[in-house]
Design a protein around this ligand. Structure first.
Ligand code: ZN
Length: 210
């Protein structure tokens, strides 16, 4: 016990043996009256934390890949881990989910707050985030083109022009896709149809396999 804590206990009149970090955790459960007996994981009751990249530039594209592809190195090599912060009476848990890229030399990581109890969206921070190819880097755009079977000539242009998600949505708004990407009208329509299905921006391995 630190001398500061001892001093605090003396001043506050709290008996010393009552205080330990373990006791403070198991004796002050959050709403839901969960005790150490209900859940042997005594590490719950910690605050929800934030880990790694918390920028929109990293997290919005990552979210839009379905939490599947690393925005730094472009690999589908994400490891995830839930850090429980607490358990509600009905068994719902909440906490922080940490995502880390396992690619050697990359090490990109981020975290999202989660709550099993929210029906619409487990990661409630993202409930109003833009869905689509926003901020997608060029490597993601190539995967996205694959996923929507956009064909090799479109993909080739995506590659040549180093096209990003923002560039494509700008072109869509300006109506300049045909000219800037040097593709046919039919191909433009194909891309626009794919863009109108924002949920299918998701680049999970299963969805992208053909
Ligand atoms: Zn990575």
């Amino acid at each position: 016990m630190s001398s500061l804590r001892r001093l605090f206990n003396r001043v506050s009149g709290r008996p010393e043996e009552d205080y330990s970090s373990y006791n403070s955790m198991v004796k002050t459960p959050p709403p839901g009256r969960v005790t150490a007996r209900d859940d042997p994981n005594h590490e719950i009751w910690k605050p929800q934390s934030f880990v790694g990249d918390q920028t929109a530039e990293g997290r919005i594209p990552f979210f839009n890949t379905g939490f599947a592809v690393c925005p730094k190195c472009g690999e589908r090599n994400i490891w995830r881990f839930e850090e429980k912060a607490g358990v509600r009476a009905n068994g719902d848990t909440y906490g922080t989910e940490i995502f880390r890229c396992r690619t050697k030399g990359c090490g990109w990581k981020t975290s999202f707050l989660y709550n099993d109890g929210t029906t619409s969206c487990k990661y409630y921070e993202t409930s109003h985030w833009p869905k689509g190819v926003h901020y997608f880097p060029n490597s993601f755009m190539l995967m996205w083109a694959d996923k929507h079977d956009l064909g090799s000539s479109i993909k080739h242009q995506f590659f040549l022009k180093k096209l990003t998600g923002n560039m494509l949505t700008d072109m869509e708004q300006e109506g300049s896709m045909e000219e800037k990407l040097e593709i046919k009208k039919k191909e433009v329509e194909k891309i626009c149809r794919a863009l109108k299905k924002p949920l299918t921006a998701v680049l999970t391995r299963k969805a992208s396999k053909k």
